[in-house]
Design a protein. Sequence first.
Length: 233
Amino acid sequence: MSEKKDSLFRRLSSIDCSNHIDTIDNKGFKLSYLSWVWAWQTIKSIDPDAKREFREWDEIGQDGQSTGRKVPYLLTPSNGCMIECTVTIEGHSETDTLYVMDHRNKSVGNPDMGQINTTKQRCFVKACALQGLGLYIYAGEDVPTPAEDPTPKKVSATQAKVLDGVFEVIAELSGKSKQEMISWSFEHSSIKEVPLEDLYGSEYGTLLKCASELKAKAESKKKERKLEKAAAK
């Protein structure tokens, strides 16, 4: 791979696509695809002259003869349908193919135009993956992130103080004790109750979310009580 191609691949493969992945979940079958719109916008922002091309084949009529028209798909003798797409970025081209499939990832023998169009976009993002963009999706890998220490870490003193402050506000709004609110949140979050400073990172996030929701409800109830008092006067 030339230095230019290597640089392009590195740039594209380092882009985090995690917020632009469409996942189809149908009867237990999960398929993940990169949003083709976002992929094209990203590529064009890198190379305004980038191109995507779909190979065309002779259209074959029901009589088995050519109709004289070209179509962007190939009906195969094995009762399948295939799409081929080439993506060119900064002068470098990558080509990939994809067959039309159903929700079970099985080949469709007589696809409609909607299925063909959907497969065209999926084939396009597969070709983008060969350029580097979203390649890890097809490798079944997690989103690329820096290496992390696998040892669970406890929250910092500042985090514990922030969470404690949230519970103080909840207690004031609800008229109940802070400890009562803390215990309720632990139980509601299915977390074993420990001093706040002994929480681990994932537990802290869960408990903080619960506390924030509890605080919002307490504030809402306080406003309702004020309105009721005002209406009673």
